[in-house]
Ligand binder design. Structure first.
Ligand SMILES: Cc1ncc(COP(=O)(O)O)c(C=O)c1O
Length: 387
């Protein structure tokens, strides 16, 4: 069996060994309920506080502006539904984009069935938000703008600072929520500096445990809970805390921030290498990601290839990639993100997302190119149409 080459790091990452050790240690030794009044509880609570301090520090935020959740999905739901519940007198108009993650889009689809007016902003061929359109859309009823920071399928980095500037220039009391799940730990984001009021992050995209995320909420923004119960997390998120997961998230966040520069440089190099080799050695590819995308993601369409067939041939060689967003790739529908880019169905059908982490090497890329050279002639659809 070939060695494993994991190029699906936007779906999830392999936890760092230090994270695994920390999680195991907490599960074995720090098993108290953080709400308990005895010392086992206090010890568990201390570990949550420690992790919160680390995450707040990485965001330039205060500890009491960070709330743990069960992941990015819950944090996105809490951000949107909790903000609207907490501010019922504000208008029922919301602005978002057409390329949000399903954990945002589906919330807005639900809200539009409940009488909210949602404007889904267009993006260009590379997934960049139509920023000029934003200004025209803001009206007296607008209460919330929710924009993804780095798109999980294309790696497109959205101009969040521009979004905040436009909002500020209009001087309206509109709150900005940012889904930063694919950005956190990979680029420096200081929500206060950027004018972000609420921000979603997730642990398993940065080599932390799965099932943990957090929401940054500026202390001046009012949010109501969407889960009711024991009043944990200052009553914003009830439910006994996932102590080991939360602690592991803190460990992962610390490592991510300490090694951010090094990792970004390494992934940028791997992305460039793959991109150049695809163009020179494979040919007949269309690069979907923009040139200045996140260095962690490269989305490419292979001409006259069905991406799912290619994915499984690569899998046989122990190389793991994705045909799109992991959560939607099992549904047999075209990616809403690639559709929003205006790509033709045959380009979408040939699209593969390669996503990198600091665990990847130059050899991984070279072996992937060799595998593609072997597989593509075998699976190419004969007499396929023009692009
Ligand atoms: C941009 C984005 N937002 C939200 C999520 C959901 O995060 P989680 O898997 O932690 O629920 C993901 C995960 O794929 C994502 O890529």
């Amino acid at each position: 069996m070939n060695r494993e080459i994991y190029l699906d790091n936007s779906a999830t990452t392999k936890p760092y060994q230090r994270v695994v050790d920390a999680v195991n240690d907490i599960n074995i030794n720090v098993y108290g309920n953080p709400s308990s009044l005895h010392k086992k509880g206090i010890e568990a609570e201390k570990h949550i506080k420690r992790s919160k301090e680390i995450i707040a520090m990485t965001l330039g935020a205060k500890r009491d502006e960070v709330y743990f959740t069960s992941g990015g999905t819950e944090a996105n739901n809490l951000a949107i539904l909790g903000y609207l519940a907490g501010n019922p007198r504000k208008g029922k108009h919301i602005i978002t984009s057409k390329i949000e993650h399903p954990s945002v889009i589906e919330v807005f689809n639900y809200l539009s069935s409940q009488g909210y007016k949602i404007d889904f902003l267009d993006v260009d061929r590379y997934g960049v938000l139509n920023i000029n359109g934003l200004k025209d859309k803001i009206c007296k009823d607008t209460s919330l703008i929710s924009i993804i920071y780095v798109n999980n399928e294309t790696g497109t980095i959205e101009p969040i600072d521009e979004v905040a500037k436009i909002k500020n220039s209009i001087g309206k009391d509109v709150v900005i929520h940012v889904d930063a799940v694919q950005a956190y730990g990979k680029m420096n984001i200081n929500p206060k500096k950027y004018g972000i009021d609420i921000m979603t992050i997730s642990s398993h995209k940065i080599h932390g445990p799965k099932g943990v995320g957090a929401l940054y909420i500026n202390k001046d923004v009012r949010i109501k809970p969407i889960l009711f119960g024991g009043g944990q997390e200052s009553s914003i998120r009830s439910g006994t805390e996932n102590v080991s997961g939360i602690y592991g998230f803190g460990v992962a966040a610390q490592i991510a921030f300490e090694s951010m520069e090094k990792n970004t440089k390494a992934c940028y190099g791997l992305r460039e290498l793959l991109l150049n080799k695809l163009l020179s050695d494979i040919g007949e590819v269309e690069i979907i990601s923009p040139t200045n995308s996140s260095p962690y993601i490269l989305n490419v369409s292979f001409k006259n290839i069905k991406s799912e067939v290619l994915l499984h041939h690569l899998e046989e060689k122990n190389i793991f990639v994705s045909t799109g967003a992991a959560c939607s790739s099992k549904k047999n529908v075209h990616s809403h993100v690639l559709k929003a880019l205006g790509l033709s169905p045959d380009i979408i059908e040939g699209a593969i997302r390669f996503s990198f982490s600091s665990n990847n090497t130059v050899e991984d890329i070279e072996e992937t190119i060799n595998a593609l050279k072997d597989i593509i002639p075998k699976i190419k659809i004969k007499g396929g149409g023009k692009r």
